[in-house]
Design a protein around this ligand. Structure first.
Ligand code: IVH
Length: 591
């Protein structure tokens, strides 16, 4: 797998076109394709007879890492080529695995809550998620794929990049959001402008566009230099960086008490946006980058991602810069600050710390939690400062008259908020558990709990062992959930919420199936394509007490055979392992 030459201006893109023409000895306009450059991890997928055989990383270009098990967990990766008549005997499809900006930010928030160090950018997050020993971790991160190239192809021929992309699309592979055919370099430049214009709205990060000679025959003639092809170039958008000064570094207290340092910057325009603050993630980061108040720093904004400080320009130091000390006391409530063992985060231990309380209320009302429209940051701060809400329970005691006394509210806006609060009373257990802001319980853990516990009351006084018994629940979460539900004060709060009219349903509960364990102790292997996604089937089997193994052996009880089964079928027949269809599996599941 090759890398790409870069062009940093339209001028350099035009020079690339001249080089291509010179090499080919032609004055004719060249046809190019233009695509966004995805910032993730390059992957090669090998399909044999239409089935995904292997996924590997780029590695050093020659030898990569086998990441098949992890890549299979990504929803958009086809396990089988479908939808096209022509399927090559063997084909290497190249693409980029990436993470959306929103997912990246959520993941980092989660990591910071757990006291883990955040990923520097979506690219590192994607790479870190793919290069995992445990595929369930990869599966828990929402990764995407964009396919943009072919490696070796046997038994079929594509004539151009354009034809290949169209084939990929038909074969249900995800392709770049924009792929344009451009005749001549002027059209290329137009498309580059289009991508640069539109990229703000892309859910993922992109730092450029890739321009490729469309015709594969011409690509072959042009060939490669040492590591880069002569037929392609990456145009890099001007970096979203700026230089400014750190006016101050302030500690900011989050809902779980974690204290995050934030740099207050002299406002600077970067990529059309004024940046005046930037999270510094944690104190180790400040130490590592040796950041001081008064320092001149390079700040970068990539896509919509929160700006971050890249580095200090040490030459600009005057000697008056002040190193920053970790606060010993919470800057908001004055309580002690502690660092838990093995964590990078410092926490304020003050149980009634106003900063934590306000953040907890904001979290409770947020979209993924109770989803109370109109109860965002500003309004929570206002209501808190007026003493109208001191705890999220108070939200359900708010009256329209109280709101009308406040400057921000008029008849209509007050009624809207009261209605939104009323609506939020009907909620699901998963949302509610997430809303409670139990330490280490993010959206995903909340959902897992809801799957295993029928009602809120079933969690009262739950033992940590019971929770740790749920697959994917670590001991840390188990302890924290158990602690939460054995605290009399917390249970009182939950009862109060119920008496204020909260109605919690639990559509996620899967326990009914749980009682009957028709697959208890049985080992299944799956081959071929099933009518449902493989992962879903595996989860079903495991939920019913069975185990799914990847290879057929003497200890396999059943081989579930889908469409176009692989060599496992032969093996099963050789070993005398029973084979069943998907429908038979469902029948067994129903008992
Ligand atoms: S084509 C000859 N197309 O960028 C290499 N690459 O800097 C062919 N990348 O290793 C690459 N988006 O991981 C191509 N639309 C796109 C791309 C893309 C991202 C990555 C790819 C490559 C790196 C080179």
């Amino acid at each position: 797998m090759l890398s790409l030459d870069n062009a940093f201006s339209h001028e350099e893109v035009r020079e690339f076109d001249l080089r291509v023409k010179r090499f080919l000895g032609t004055d004719d306009e060249i046809e190019y394709t233009v695509e966004p450059k995805y910032d993730g991890l390059a992957i090669e997928l090998t399909y044999r007879d239409g089935l995904l055989l292997r996924a590997s990383t780029r590695g050093d270009g020659y030898v990569g890492e086998d990441v098949t098990r992890n890549i299979r967990t990504i929803k958009s990766v086809p396990l089988k080529i479908e939808g096209v008549r022509d399927i090559p005997g063997e084909i290497d499809i190249r693409g980029e695995v990436y993470m959306d900006i929103e997912e990246f930010e959520a993941l980092n928030r989660q990591r910071e809550e757990k006291g883990e160090s955040p990923f520097a950018n979506p690219r590192n997050a994607a790479a870190g998620s793919v290069r995992q020993l445990d595929p369930s971790i990869t599966a828990s991160r929402r990764l995407h794929l964009a396919c943009y190239g072919a490696g070796a192809v046997k038994g079929m021929e594509f004539r151009s990049q354009w034809e290949f992309i169209r084939w990929l699309e038909k074969a249900r592979f995800p392709v770049p959001v924009i792929v344009r055919l451009a005749k001549g370099i002027d059209e290329v430049v137009e498309v580059i402008r289009e991508i640069e214009e539109k990229r703000r709205h892309f859910p993922f990060e992109t730092d450029g566009a890739v321009i490729k000679v469309n015709d594969f025959e011409l690509q072959r003639t042009l060939g490669v230099k040492t590591r880069e092809p002569r037929w392609a170039i990456a145009y890099k958008f001007p970096a979203h960086q700026g230089t400014t000064r750190i006016r101050d570094i302030i500690p900011s207290v989050g809902r779980t008490g974690v204290i995050t340092p934030v740099a207050l910057l002299e406002p600077v325009r970067i990529g059309g946006v004024t940046v005046s603050r930037s999270t510094l993630h944690n104190w180790d980061e400040i130490k590592r980058k040796d950041l001081r108040v008064g320092d001149t720093v390079v700040v970068e904004r990539a896509g919509d991602v929160i700006p971050h400080v890249v580095m200090v320009i040490k030459e600009k130091r005057t000697g008056k810069e002040k190193p920053f000390a970790i606060p010993e006391k919470c800057p908001v409530c004055g309580a002690k600050v502690v660092r838990e063992e093995g964590e990078v985060a410092f926490r304020c231990v003050g149980i009634n710390c106003p900063a934590q309380v306000q953040e907890r209320i904001k979290h409770f009302a947020s979209r993924a939690a109770m989803d109370i429209e109109g109860l965002g940051e500003k309004n929570v701060e206002l209501l808190y400062s007026k003493g109208l809400i001191r705890h999220f329970v108070d939200i359900y005691r708010l009256k329209k008259e109280d709101l009308l006394k406040l400057p921000r509210f008029a008849e209509k806006s007050a009624q809207n908020l009261i209605d939104a609060i009323q609506r939020s009373k009907k909620t699901t257990l998963a949302r509610f558990l997430y809303a409670l802001g139990i330490l280490h319980v993010g959206e995903y853990a909340a959902k897992l709990l809801a799957r295993h516990f029928k009602s809120l009351e079933d969690l009262y006084n739950v033992s940590p062992e019971r929770i740790a018994g749920i697959k994917q629940m670590g001991e840390k979460i188990a302890r924290s959930v158990s602690d939460f539900f054995s605290d009399p004060g917390n249970l009182q709060t939950l009862e109060t919420l119920k008496s204020l009219g909260l109605e919690i349903t639990n559509p996620d509960f899967e326990g009914k199936k749980k009682k009957k364990q028709p697959f208890e102790g049985l080992v299944f292997v799956i081959t071929g394509t099933l009518p449902r996604p493989r992962k879903e089937v595996e989860e079903m089997i495991e939920d019913l007490g069975g185990h799914v193994s990847s290879a057929v052996s003497k200890s396999t009880d059943y081989l579930v055979v889908g469409e176009s089964p692989g060599s496992k079928l032969q093996k099963a027949q050789d070993l005398g392992v029973r084979t069943i269809s998907f429908d038979e599996l469902l029948e067994m599941a129903e008992g």
